[in-house]
Design a protein around this ligand. Structure first.
Ligand code: 2NL
Length: 381
């Protein structure tokens, strides 16, 4: 009789018993069955023990890290459940499926429990984070640091405001200008020292970078629409070295008024009003004779020092007066060249350095600061 035949005969004597773990086969003639039943009970007890321990660990895991440690301890390669599976070799072959099923059921149960707890912890963490990060939409927004108007721009807008109030228009012209409009039409002949290559940037024989904004006014005169009341602000160029009071690029505001019966009194009245609005109502003005090729007579206007009121201080270098602008009655030949009848029309004109006004008004002692655009400087005005 070989082993298989013995097995076959023995099988006939097997009996089955219903237990709460399912149907257990009692192989009466196999001495291993005794061990099996004992092992079965031990494994069942062990699994119950693991189940209770896992439940306790999982329930007690207050964060995902602890929960993950529990997973490793129960289900990992060196985990408790794996240890039970490894002990399966001691279980009778025909009974292994049942034990295997029990182990798998427990594994699934623990996995479900881990997953549920994980979800619960995650949503609790999310809720806590949301509660912490609550945004109060009624709080004022953080303000971005805003840019700042350049002191030149502030001075320009102030001058524009004053002259617009006096009925003037603001008219701009080209920075690259014909020699004719920059010089010739303003009574500056070819051999005039202002036209020296040392003083002016030439593009070619005919074009140049304007040295004054007068060209814009000549263009306006040529249109023949009279009367004219205009100011022309803009960038101008001179071949100068940079220092505290000079720059090869700076800004000018010129003004022009042409009408019938305009006199030097109109010039004085207008520029006095301008000075009072710009430097304060107490400002006095003084006109000194001067010379410009494009005006006759010509003058320079001083204002009483707005720091000391005219007594003389460091600001006005003890003079009591500060030079502000050049002006005069438009030269008859300048009117003629732009086809305006000098017998019917008269006019006055003036030119102001914008930087000069800004430096004075805001007490800046070096013009170079105006072109560095350091916000710490700019935001002071
Ligand atoms: C200065 C002062 C001045 C003018 C500019 C002017 C314009 C026309 C006709 C006549 Cl279209 N004059 N402008 C007049 C007087 C002075 O500027 O210091 N310039 C170098």
């Amino acid at each position: 009789m070989n082993y298989a035949e013995i097995q076959y005969i023995l099988l006939k004597f097997d009996s089955y018993r219903e237990t709460k773990f399912g149907t257990i086969r009692i192989s009466a003639f196999d001495p291993d069955n005794i061990i099996f039943r004992r092992d079965f009970k031990m494994i069942k007890e062990k699994l119950d023990e693991i189940r209770a321990a896992a439940r306790k660990r999982i329930e007690g895991s207050l964060d995902l890290e602890k929960l993950n440690a529990a997973r490793v301890d129960f289900l990992g390669k060196k985990g408790e459940l794996t240890a039970v599976l490894k002990g399966m070799k001691d279980v009778a072959a025909e009974d292994r499926p049942k034990v295997g099923q029990m182990v798998n059921e427990l594994r699934e149960e623990i996995e479900r429990s881990l997953e549920e707890t994980k979800k619960r912890l995650e949503s609790a963490a999310m809720e806590a984070a949301m509660a912490k990060e609550t945004i109060d939409v009624t709080l004022p927004a953080k303000r971005r640091p805003m840019g700042h108007r350049h002191p030149n721009q502030i001075a320009l807008e102030e001058m524009e405001r004053i002259f617009i109030g006096l009925g003037y228009e603001v008219v701009e012209g080209p920075e690259v200008e014909k020699d004719y409009y920059n010089f010739e039409a303003l009574n500056i002949p070819a051999d005039h020292p202002a036209k020296d290559e040392q003083d002016t940037f030439y593009i070619n024989g005919e074009m140049l970078l304007r040295t004054q904004t007068s060209g814009a006014q000549v263009h306006e005169m040529e249109k023949g629409r009279l009367p004219i009341r205009m100011i022309s602000p803009g960038r101008v160029y001179r071949s100068d070295e940079v220092d505290a009071t000079h720059s090869p690029v700076f800004h000018q505001v010129e003004g022009l008024l042409i009408d019938e019966q305009v006199t030097f009194s109109d010039l004085k009245g207008t520029l006095t009003q301008f000075a009072k609005e710009l430097f304060g109502a107490d400002t006095r003005v003084k006109f000194r004779p001067h010379h410009f090729p494009f005006t006759e007579p010509s003058a320079e206007m001083d204002v009483s020092c707005f720091k000391c009121g005219g007594k003389g201080c460091r600001f006005c270098k003890g003079e009591g007066w500060i030079e502000i602008l050049g002006c005069g009655m438009v030269h008859p030949h300048v009117l003629e060249m732009s086809k305006i009848d000098p017998l019917k029309y008269k006019g006055f004109a003036f030119g102001v350095g914008l930087e000069r006004i800004a430096l004075l008004k805001y007490e800046i002692d070096d013009m170079r600061l105006m072109y560095e655009n350091d916000v710490r400087f700019l935001s002071q005005f």
